[in-house]
Structures are given as C-alpha cells and as structure tokens.
Design a protein around this ligand. Structure first.
Ligand code: F3S
Length: 401
C-alpha cells in the first residue's frame, strides 16, 4: 500500500503507540484486500459488545495512548444505573460494564450505547466514506443513505476512528456496489415485522448484493432497519438495493450496473411461513415475558405500544429496549408513565445479549425480532417469534394465541 507521509508517520509511532497499533491493523486489513491506499472517513460506529475481548482491545489501545480522531458512536452494553437499581447484575458484571464505559470514554467515543445510530444520531450523507460496524448499521448507511462503508468489525471500526482512515477496497468502489441477485418478493409485505422475516431468508437469497423488486412503494425506517439486521443474522450483507426506492437503484438496470443478475430468487408467503417455523419456538403456549427493541426501537414504536396497552395490566413482564434519547422523549411525552403503570419497562442503552438478563435464564419469551431470539439462546433464553400485535397481546394475556 502506498501511504501518505502522515499515514506513514502514524505507522512509525510519531502519533503515539496506540495510533501506530491501530494503523498497523488498518494496513494489514488493506493488504489482505489488495487496497492500494487509505482514504479519510468522516464518521464511524463501533459495535462495542461489552464482552471480554472487546474490553481487552479497547483497553489495550487506551493504555497505549490512543484517542479517536473521529468520535464514533457505540453499540449498547447494558444500562448500569437501571440494572444496579433493580439489583439485577452481579458486581463482576457491573465492573465489566463500568470498565467498558471508562475505556471508550477515554478513547473519546460518543457514549451513545445505541445500535441504530443511522436513524438519528450518526447519519451520513450520500457518498460519504464512513466506517460502520453493526449488522443493521452497515447495510442501512450503504443502501438507504448511499454512504460508503465496508462491513467493518467492532475492532476495525475503532481503529478507523482512531486513525481517521480506512483502506480503500470493496464497497468504497462504484463497481462493487452493483447488485448480483434479483430477489422478486411475491410475499405480502404489510408490516415492519414482515421485513424481519424477509431478512431471515439469507440462505435462500445467497451470497452477494440483493436487488429487491415487488416491495411496497413506501417502506418505513423501521422496516429498513429490520431488513438489514436480519440479513446479517441469516447471512452476511454489506448492502442491498430496492428498485425505485434506494438511491443507487432508480431502475433495475442501474441497480445491476447494466449486467445480468447472477442469480434470481422468488420469495413467497410459503417461504416466509417456512422460515418462521424454523426459527421460532412453537406458538400456542404460555410465555414468561416479552422483549422488543433488537435493534433498538424508535419513539414511534414505543408510542405504538403505549397506545395499545394504556390502562391495561400486563400479565407478563415487557422489556422495550431503546436509546437513551428515545427513553428521554418517552418520559417527556408520558409513554414511559403509561408503560410502567401497565407493568412494562423502557430500558435505555441495553442489548438482549448481555449478562443483565440472568433472571430470564430458562424462561420463554416472545419477540417480533429473530435477532432478539437468536443471540440470547446461548444464555438459556428462548423465544417465540410473532408480529408485534401478537406479542403485545401475549404480554397482556400471558399466552400466545
Ligand atoms: Fe442491537 Fe444488541 Fe440487538 S446491538 S440489534 S440490541 S443484539
């Protein structure tokens, strides 16, 4: 790779040991992808996980004196004050979260603890080169905003935030952003939940950049969030196109760059039903709790639940995960009051794949998100997956109907 004088100085340690370490990793990634040079970024998002390896890496950089040039937003861990107040975390787990907080604070990150920054806190413009990790974030910034990011890992995105550069390869080039697979959707796409299920069909869609046709004219930000999150739960997708909707796909020809699709796939209602059966526990049962907000819920979704349950008592616990700013708005607007009077909780800064959910071990939940059902399995928590209304009704009655 050809480096500028400044990049070479970073590598040689003139900007400190931490920056040199980050640049060394960036150059190694670039060389493995045959990148010729590094290009500057304007934004980054780090999929912090608050797990031992994540903390080890962040502390190593911090102790070596690294500081972010581009302050990245970060993913959720768990909300220390919320779970400590409820006595739901061990001292050991609380210490881990505190150390994660301290490390990222020391590195100069924006402590947003939210996995949907592309909706309101870290939104790139068309053509911006950025370094975004997180399953729903990379496809959203590429596909919906037309920004340019490779599928970064948490570590590579943090290195990019520190050096301010990424190696130029992959989705940063026009020619690599064209579609490969034509996905004709014949299934009924009526609600945001349907995009969760469509995204889980990665095995049928196959590897490459999908180009969707047959989707409705208006697609909500929540539906687009769900599609990206689940495409990366069932497969590995840096971007997709929706013909006539996403900015680099005004026509089918533009989406494929004038080439023929390498593969054609048709998605039917039967495909959607079959994948749901494969990934969900059977319905018609009692559940112990409901969990929503993986990826984090928007204010509109919180309002929807508040409107649905206002004045009623939940039979089962309901946990709604969201960002701290949506929680704050929910408090101001009275939704938090409505939901807590019904027996539910709006939890800021928190992910289902965290040690704060120990009390749910061995229990059966209901959720509208396959990603929410997928990760906590390793913590002994299992889910029925259904549309949001069915989930709300199950929390009210205690049973999936
Ligand atoms: Fe977000 Fe955690 Fe789900 S990072 S998408 S809440 S697994």
């Amino acid at each position: 790779m050809i480096l500028t004088q400044e990049q070479q100085d970073m590598l040689d340690g003139k900007y400190g040991e931490g920056t040199a370490f980050a640049m060394k990793i960036q150059v190694a990634i670039g060389e493995s992808f045959d990148a010729k040079k590094m290009v500057p970024i304007t934004r980054a998002h780090v999929a912090l996980s608050n797990q031992e390896a994540d903390l080890w890496f962040a502390e190593k950089l911090l102790n070596a004196g690294a500081k972010c040039r581009i302050a990245p937003t970060v993913n959720p861990g768990f909300c220390l004050s919320f779970f400590k107040n409820k006595d739901m975390v061990s001292k050991e787990d609380a210490d881990l979260m505190q150390r994660t907080h301290d490390a990222y604070k020391g590195l100069g990150a924006v402590l947003s603890y939210n996995c949907t920054p592309y909706i309101d806190t870290n939104v790139p413009n068309f053509g911006e080169v950025v370094a975004f990790s997180e399953s729903s974030a990379t496809p959203y910034v590429n596909s919906v905003w037309g920004a340019r990011s490779n599928r970064e890992g948490a570590n590579s995105a943090l290195c990019a935030a520190i050096t301010g550069y990424v190696p130029e390869y992959g989705l940063l080039f026009d020619e690599n952003r064209k579609g490969d697979i034509l996905v004709e959707v014949k299934a009924d796409m009526k609600t945001d939940y349907d995009y969760h299920i469509l995204g889980m069909l990665g095995k049928k869609i196959g590897n490459g950049i999908p180009v969707f046709t047959g989707l409705p004219k208006h697609i909500s930000k929540e539906a687009l969030r769900n599609l990206g999150a689940q495409l990366n739960t069932s497969g590995a997708y840096g971007m997709y196109h929706i013909v006539g909707f996403t900015p680099e796909a005004p026509t089918i020809e533009a989406a494929f760059g004038g080439n023929e699709p390498k593969r054609k796939v048709v998605i039917t209602n039967e495909d959607m039903a079959a994948i749901l059966e494969e990934i969900s526990l059977e319905g018609n049962r009692e559940i112990d709790f409901a969990m929503f907000g993986c990826p984090h819920f928007t204010l509109e979704e919180v309002k929807y639940i508040a409107d649905r349950i206002q004045g009623q008592k939940l039979k089962k616990e309901m946990w709604i995960l969201t960002s701290s700013h949506v929680k704050e708005m929910a408090v101001r607007m009275g939704f938090d009051d409505i939901i807590s009077k019904s027996g539910g909780y709006i939890v800021p800064d928190t992910c289902p794949d965290q040690p704060c959910w120990g009390h749910l071990n061995g229990k059966i939940g209901i959720t509208e998100s396959p990603k929410c059902a997928y990760y906590p399995q390793r913590r002994g928590i299992h889910f029925v997956i259904r549309d949001l209304d069915t989930c709300i009704d199950a929390a009210l009655t205690g049973e999936v109907k």
